[in-house]
Design a protein. Sequence first.
Length: 123
Amino acid sequence: MSWNVVRDVNALAEAIDTKAGALNGLATLGLDGKVPGSQLSISAPPDATTITKGVVKLNDSIDSLSITEAATANAVRKVAATVTTHEAESMPHRFTDATTGKQYRWGMGSENGKPYYIQEEVI
């Protein structure tokens, strides 16, 4: 077997030139030194669902009903703070008597392991 370095290098360069920029060939670089998107077979990832992984939009709201948006850490922190405050109050719930217009607050307590109901008028 004879080696002809010039011939082999030229054959390799010709093979590269033939495949450069061709379908299923070699990518070329744009003026910015990067492979142009037109030469990539990459599609955008799908939107996420409750079943499929994908891209989600972040939502800082604590009352959203969306099943395609994800809560931010800040939204979760707000809910956690609300729950902590709620748990610390003995009467965290409020309602207004439609007949009298008076406001009341109510909650649950426990004494000797037995729960009881608490209600009082808000003045």
